[in-house]
Design a protein around this ligand. Structure first.
Ligand code: NAP
Length: 307
């Protein structure tokens, strides 16, 4: 089969860090164009708008949309209307309704829509899921604490409405939690907003399952020193720690599973799979939890944040 002719829209940090190397090493894809106001990829025809790109390069079969979430819907709408398969970076949109709209449109157009969640493809996530399925889980604690100045320098969009603030990394934790645990719902939350920003710098979230499993999540962007991306479960088979963003699985302090990180190569393998199968893969449950937190959470104003 000939490769899927791919275009990228929104050439920035994640495209350079992850998308480009994953695409180059995947024979199912060939990058044939980009659309970005400033960013380009050496040797690849570039356009400043998605409209110009779709008009000029009809051979495009699929597009990866890697701009901030507030601007994803408009580009996705145009790509789907033009009959292209669409890969959405996480989070898939700024609202649940717009993602539902895209899902319907993809169906109507007979093309694939992929709401990607890269952290679900972290090496030890499947091992954690299998471990938890084989035991009784009593409680879960999610600790996702990082230094925003280090990881998101000069990213203004992330602090604007729709940029999700600390939920930008926190939704990665939620994408793992919704994959490895039974269905949960939020019972209470506190969101901390810097007084000069429209999105939260920290969030404290309490969930439970229908059967009463308590899950406590702490997201914080003010962490200096050691960074934490851990999920800790107390179970009948011991204490499970899924550490380093899903990279390592330990039980009672003993390392059970670890493997080299390959999240984005796995995402592109999955995208090729659904395009070939003529299906879509759109799970909005991580985004729904974030929406619930904005709906149910208490708001606390904290000191102003400056880069
Ligand atoms: P970024 O570098 O700040 O933004 C990506 C590109 O989007 C920018 O270079 C810019 O390119 C374009 N863009 C920015 N503002 C725009 C606007 N108002 N309208 C249209 N295009 C705009 O961000 P990023 O870190 O790559 O993140 C992009 C997405 O990937 C986010 O949803 C993020 O959650 C996700 N992601 C990021 C990481 C990470 O480590 N950074 C990891 C996983 C997922 P032009 O100026 O050339 O248009």
């Amino acid at each position: 089969m000939s490769p899927i002719n791919l275009a990228i829209v929104g050439v920035g940090k994640i495209v350079r860090d992850q998308h480009l190397p994953s695409i180059v090493n995947n024979p199912d894809f060939e990058l044939i164009a980009t659309a970005s106001r400033h960013g380009t990829v050496e040797g690849i025809p570039s356009f400043t708008t998605i409209e110009a790109m779709l008009d000029a390069v009809p051979a495009i079969n699929a597009v990866s949309l890697c701009m901030p979430p507030q601007y994803r819907y408009e580009a996705a709408y145009k790509a789907l209307m033009a009959g292209k398969h669409v890969f959405l970076e996480k989070p898939p949109g700024a609202t649940l309704s717009e993602v539902a709209d895209l899902e319907n449109l993809a169906k109507a157009k007979g093309v694939s829509l992929f709401a990607s969640w890269h952290s679900r493809y972290a090496p030890a996530v499947e091992a954690a899921k299998a471990f938890l399925a084989g035991t009784k889980v009593h409680s879960v604690h999610v600790i996702w604490k990082e230094d925003v100045r280090h990881w998101h320098p000069n990213q203004e969009w992330i602090w604007q409405a729709g940029g999700l603030g600390v939920f930008d990394p926190g939704i990665n934790a939620l994408s793992i939690v919704t994959h490895i645990l039974p269905a949960l719902f939020l019972t209470g939350a506190t969101l901390e907003f810097p007084e000069n920003r429209d999105s939260p710098i920290a969030a404290d979230l309490h969930f439970k399952s229908g059967a009463g499993l308590p899950v406590h999540a702490e997201f914080d962007w003010r962490q200096t020193g050691k960074q934490s991306w851990d999920i800790v479960a107390e179970t009948d088979a011991g204490q499970m720690v899924l550490a380093d963003g899903g990279s390592k699985l330990s039980v009672d302090g003993e390392l059970k599973f670890s493997a080299p990180e390959a999240e984005y190569p796995s995402l592109y393998r999955r995208f090729a799979e659904i395009v070939k199968a003529g299906t879509s893969d759109v799970d909005v449950s991580p985004l729904r939890h974030v929406a619930d937190a904005f709906m149910l959470g208490k708001r606390k104003f904290v000191e102003a944040f400056y880069d």
